[in-house]
Design a protein around this ligand. Structure first.
Ligand code: ATP
Ligand code: MG
Length: 578
């Protein structure tokens, strides 16, 4: 699937590492200080996704940060699945996450872990806390626990079960484990401080009863540990020195430290950084699941989705994502990044690496009246004009061609240098042509342009020093292959889709025109381009052969326009399909 190349695999550990370290941020600065002072011996991080959805651009930031800082300092980064919510998690998500992390360049070696690997040890630590008098089984209902917890301005109240004896709590906890009680009857809570100013410290729940099968442990467990209790212990058991997470966990840090200190096990250290937010995008698995389930998109890997699998399918190279993450940096301040910045990084990388080809998306026929019928000439279109060593594509030229409808105007405005009656233009890498006559059909629509060519202008060079300003892309009508081309625009109309008007939900600001399918005509050599392969259609943008492509029915996704060609093509596509 996709571009799971070895090249991408070595990415985060490759040459980019040194470069990244120069773009220093507060985390890298902290690491440098710690290592210099001997406070830490090794940079050991982890990327800890919950397998309850596909990874998105926000995760890319976390992946690049965790794998990046470790690689830069000769350290290690683990992949750890935070799989403590069996109802929402699945093997499908685990597999997708593994291939997405690998695609982006994360290399976790043989260190692939699961919170569920530690269920036995988490359980014995819990018994230990009970024996230490640091945890107790509470029998209040969920609603009561919430009510007893107090508010930001009022302290909480002790549960009537808080002083349960160690023996009673131990007995109940074991019976919870053995499946004796229904969901919600008891929970295990840490015994900390119901008056703590930090609400998270008011006797947080550590375990709850869930009669649910787990995708890895099956029916073995009837109780599952909560995130705050699980995460710090997993970090500690793996020897994680830097536990990097997003800012919403800042208040959880106190509990993180409490658990490790109380159990007196290896002290991993949590540091928070700002989440990535992007304009015109939602980055929350919950919302992305909604888009998939309600059918607003065609699946997790729909090329309009901000998921890594969607971006990959769209043709975005992992190198461009890593560059993007490096440019936005890591900070403690929340901010919203403009989507245009991501597009810039994609264009920059594709410009340097994509082969060129010609395709016409909204065709207008050109007949060259003085070109011999049946004749075909093959010309060389450089694969990359800036890198002649890459060679050329052999492109057929013949009497009947297609050009882009938009490259012709019957009544040209000022400074229109493309084709119009009587005007002369250069056909890219071929000949100069002059428009002699405009043919119309019975309805008065332009059906073809009758042109003449200058046989002396072969190769697109100027025959007698005569200058033409416009250069058009084209394809030979009889050789070109029809292809389904999918043109994408932003999925949302608003910069911040989550800031919805009263009575609306975020899907209400979906862009109804985020996908436009057109039938284009592509260079015949592209017919068998393998899925995932990228190409620049000259003057139109960067495209990628879709997973659905086949020689019988080529399908291309537009990854990104060259500049702002969207509005233009959208109009053409509409007039073509109407
Ligand atoms: P979501 O809100 O989309 O469900 P999550 O934080 O619940 O995301 P996890 O699978 O728990 O998703 O995340 C794995 C790691 O990725 C965590 O360390 C998390 O902090 C980080 N992460 C998630 N979203 C972002 C984001 N937008 N920017 C940076 N890091 C993120
Ligand atoms: Mg989460």
């Amino acid at each position: 699937m996709g571009n799971d190349t070895p090249d991408a695999l070595s990415g985060i550990n490759g040459d980019e590492a040194a470069h990244k370290f120069q773009n220093r941020d507060f985390i890298r600065a902290m690491i440098e200080t710690d290592l210099a002072a001997g406070r830490k011996k090794i940079v050991h991080t982890r990327f800890p996704p919950e397998p309850n959805g596909y990874l998105h651009l926000g995760h890319a930031k976390s992946i690049c940060l965790n794998f990046g800082v470790a690689a830069e300092r000769g350290g290690l980064c683990n992949l750890r699945f935070d799989d403590t919510n069996p109802e929402k998690e699945s093997r499908e998500y685990v597999d997708a996450i593994r291939s997405d992390v690998r695609w982006l360049g994360g290399d976790w070696g043989d260190r692939e872990y699961y919170a569920s690997d530690y269920f036995d040890r988490l359980y014995s630590f819990a018994e230990q806390l009970i024996r230490m008098g640091k945890a107790y089984v509470d029998s209040l209902s969920g609603d009561e626990i919430r009510e007893y917890r107090g508010t930001l301005t009022e302290p909480g109240r002790d549960s009537p079960y808080r002083e349960r004896s160690v023996e009673d709590s131990l007995d109940l906890f074991r019976r919870m484990r053995d499946g004796e009680f229904a969901d919600g009857v008891h929970v295990l809570r840490a015994k900390i401080d119901m008056a703590s100013p930090n609400i998270i410290m008011r006797d947080p729940v550590l375990y709850r009863i869930r009669h649910a099968a787990h995708h890895r442990t099956g029916e073995k467990w009837h109780i599952y540990p909560l995130y705050d209790y699980t995460h710090c212990i997993c970090d500690s058991l793996e020897g994680i020195t830097y536990s990097l997470c997003t800012l919403e966990f800042v208040n959880n840090r106190e509990l993180y430290n409490w658990v490790l200190n109380t159990l007196d096990i290896f002290r991993s250290e949590q540091t928070e950084f700002a989440r990535l937010s992007l304009t015109r995008t939602v980055l929350s698995k919950r919302k992305l699941i909604q888009l998939v389930e309600e059918g607003h998109v065609q699946g997790w890997d729909d090329p309009r989705m901000p998921t890594l699998s969607g971006l990959r399918r769209r043709g975005v190279p992992p190198e461009a994502l890593r560059e993007f993450v490096s440019r936005i940096g890591v900070s403690r301040a929340d901010n919203i990044v403009d989507y245009a910045m991501l597009e810039f990084c994609i264009r920059e990388y594709l410009n340097a690496t994509s082969a060129r080809a010609m395709a016409v998306l909204a065709p207008l026929k050109v007949i060259i009246e003085n070109y011999p019928e049946g004749q075909v000439e093959w010309l060389d279109l450089p694969l990359n004009p800036e890198r002649p060593e890459l060679g050329a594509r052999s492109v057929p030229f013949s009497r009947e061609l297609y050009i882009e409808q938009d490259d012709f105007r019957a009544e040209p405005p000022k400074k229109f240098f493309r084709l119009s009656p009587g005007a002369e233009v250069r056909l890219r890498c071929a000949y100069y042509i002059t428009c002699r006559e405009v043919q119309k059909d019975a309805q008065g629509n332009i059906s073809a342009l009758i042109c003449s060519y200058d046989p002396q202008s072969w190769g697109g060079g100027s025959p007698d020093g005569r200058k033409v300003k416009g250069t058009l892309h084209w394809v030979s009508a009889s050789h070109a292959v029809p292809a389904e081309v999918r043109l994408y625009d932003h999925l949302f109309l608003k910069d911040d889709p989550s800031a919805v008007d009263p009575g609306k939900t975020f899907p209400d600001c979906l862009n109804p025109d985020s996908l436009l399918r057109v039938t284009g005509f592509i260079d015949p050599s592209l017919r068998s381009l393998p899925a995932g392969e990228r190409v620049q259609f000259e003057r139109l943008g960067y495209f990628c052969a879709d997973y659905d492509t086949s020689p019988e029915h080529p399908v291309f996704n537009r990854t990104v326009t060259l500049k702002d060609t969207w509005a233009k093509l959208e109009k053409q596509g509409r007039s073509q399909s109407s």
